[in-house]
Design a protein around this ligand. Structure first.
Ligand code: G1P
Length: 289
């Protein structure tokens, strides 16, 4: 049995240039899929996996995220006065407990590995999760909860993986697979954004990680990798062999919300899956198909 995962890091420092002009004055993590910001999906997924402490690694211009996970006094008072009880309850349902959210700034855009390292003092010496809000997953059981189950039995590092077309390997961390039972794959190697002809497989890392805190020592070396950035993947690769390391082929469909078409598709899929608007959304789509 391994230690329960209680803390999660949300790297939200990125500029979101791919979504300009929408992200000029608004963090990309606040872009809504249907009616909920991407970052809230990630936080709710973490809550469903038993996470108790939420660590945001932010940057300049990200204050809207802090406001989102706080009470909105004026809004709540107005809803109360108007007797909008269910809206008020819904607004408060997902708010983290007082004191369970922490923010730290990534003071320079040096890469995902650097962002995670910036949270080292807030995490301390226990296993933790990392969730990238760009990767949105529609599943029966939330992806991180599936990973926490796996982590409880195998320990070490557990990362979410899925197979991608070979021509897309340049977008992902790619696993060199060891033993593979179809659901869990042993990570024998890991390389960030390899060209298709160099990729050791088509098994790609998706933005959900449960990691051993020893990763911080590797990240602390500040080694630059693909794209001249401090890559999380490189520090993970350095940990192979030191403790168990598995990729979990999670149940669910992942949408790349860092990409315009992926984001559009997520909106379609999430609208269609919603009990309240699914049927109407299907009807509204008909003339375009
Ligand atoms: C990051 C990671 C990459 C991973 C991907 C998943 O890349 O560096 O290993 O496969 O997230 O979305 P990014 O999308 O930030 O370039």
């Amino acid at each position: 049995m391994s230690v329960r995962v209680r803390k999660a890091i949300f790297p939200v420092g990125g500029l979101g240039t791919r979504f300009l002009p929408a992200t000029k004055a608004m963090p990309k993590e606040m872009l809504p899929v249907v009616d909920k910001p991407l970052i809230q999906y990630a936080v709710e997924e973490a809550q469903a996996a038993g996470i108790e402490e939420f660590i945001f690694v932010t940057g300049r211009g990200k204050a809207a995220i802090e406001d989102h996970f706080d009470h909105s006094y004026e809004l709540e008072k107005t809803l109360e006065e108007r007797g909008k009880v269910s809206e008020l309850e819904e607004l408060r349902r997902w708010l983290p407990r007082h004191g369970s959210v922490a923010y730290t700034r990534q003071m320079a855009p040096l890469g995902l590995g650097h962002a995670v390292w910036c949270a080292r003092n807030l995490v301390g010496d226990e296993p933790f999760a990392v969730l990238l809000a760009d990767d949105l997953i529609l599943s029966r059981r939330p992806c991180l909860a599936q990973m926490a189950d796996a982590h409880a039995s195998v320990g070490g590092n557990v990362i979410a993986v899925m197979d991608v077309p070979r021509e897309h390997t340049k977008r992902y961390g790619i696993v060199a697979p060891g033993r593979d039972d179809g659901r869990m794959v042993e990570v024998a190697g890991l390389v960030e954004k390899p060209a298709p002809e160099k990729a050791p497989s088509t098994c790609a890392v998706i933005g959900r990680y449960i990691l051993d805190p020893s990763v911080f020592a590797h990240l602390g070396k500040g080694m630059k990798g693909a794209g001249g950035e401090i890559q999380l993947t490189d520090s993970l690769a350095a940990m192979i062999g030191a403790s168990p390391f598995h990729g979990l082929r999670f149940e669910g469909k992942r949408f790349d919300c860092g990409d315009k078409v992926g984001f559009f598709e997520a909106n379609l899929a999430f609208a269609l899956a919603r009990p309240d608007i699914g049927a109407a959304a299907r009807e509204a789509m008909k003339p375009y198909l």
